[in-house]
Design a protein around this ligand. Structure first.
Ligand code: ADP
Ligand code: MG
Length: 258
């Protein structure tokens, strides 16, 4: 039956098969995958530092993953590469299926602004300006119009319990409030992945727990993919999965059954 016009039939099958496969790959792509990811710091002196040595893992959409390990084990280096704040020496990072370091610098910047939200230990806010302006900043950089970014910033700040602080300067806020502003800023562009480098590290344990539970809510109730570096074993045990680094390699990758 196919013999009458085998060429056409085959072409059609191949094309439609390819399309289906591509669509599926896009839908099923993990939020993040790293492949043989390596970073060597070479300051030109005799001693090179291998901060990361061929790291491999992937993270599903909506997973809340902790990264643990001793100081100097490569946790911040890993987060900085995933967030494209720095470039790997070797290996690849896929965000939503995109091989980000195969792109040019302006495309990498675009991925960083649209797909990644950062939260740091020391909040990294601009203290001389208002809470709202801090939160809007990543949206301003993306060229989102004023009305849209204003509406969105207010909605997120209200959700995070900072509705009455919108026009205050961030320097008037407590540490926990400042970290909530940083979380709002991380959320403003609706990123695929939120990266948090020791977000509770500067906070007392009660405030740290509050920030942690906020991240947990964002993941479990709102489906956010979150990767959090922490020294706090108790908090790590409450995430979905914990990846332990030691000397730049993955020592353990534990999924916690809940
Ligand atoms: P962690 O966050 O787990 O404490 P880091 O990723 O900061 O670890 O550091 C991993 C290793 O890389 C350490 O040996 C550290 O000294 C080194 N390192 C980190 N950043 C740099 C840099 N910019 N230049 C040179 N070495 C660095
Ligand atoms: Mg660190």
């Amino acid at each position: 039956m196919f013999e009458k016009n085998p060429k056409n039939v085959n072409t059609q099958v191949i094309i439609s098969g390819k399309e289906t496969k591509n669509m599926n790959q896009k839908n099923l792509a993990p939020a993040l995958a790293v492949e043989n990811l390596s970073k060597v710091y070479d300051s030109g002196s005799a001693k090179k530092i291998i901060a990361l040595n061929k790291i491999n893992f992937s993270i599903r959409k909506g997973e809340f993953v902790s990264i643990v390990g001793p100081s100097g084990s490569g946790k911040s280096t890993l987060l900085n590469l995933i967030g494209a704040l720095d470039k790997p020496s070797y290996g690849r990072v896929f965000i939503d299926g995109n091989d980000i370091f195969s792109l040019n610098d302006s495309e990498i910047t675009k991925i960083r602004s649209t797909k990644i939200g950062f939260i740091f230990q020391s909040y990294n806010l601009i203290n001389r300006t208002t809470v709202k302006k801090n939160v809007e900043l990543p949206a301003i950089l993306l060229g989102i119009n004023k009305a849209d970014r204003s509406r969105r910033a207010e909605k997120i700040l209200n959700f995070l319990g900072l509705g009455d602080k919108i026009n205050q300067k961030t320097s008037n806020l407590s540490g926990g409030q400042q970290q909530r502003v940083a979380i709002a800023r991380a959320l403003i562009n609706n990123p695929t992945i939120i990266l948090a480098d020791e977000p509770t590290g500067n906070l007392d344990s009660k405030t740290g727990d509050e920030i942690f539970h906020l991240l947990k809510t964002l993941s479990h109730k709102f489906g956010r993919t979150i990767i959090m570096v922490t020294h706090n074993r108790e908090l790590a045990l409450q995430t979905d999965r914990s990846i332990s680094l030691k000397d730049g390699v993955v020592e353990k990758d534990e999924v916690f059954l809940k």
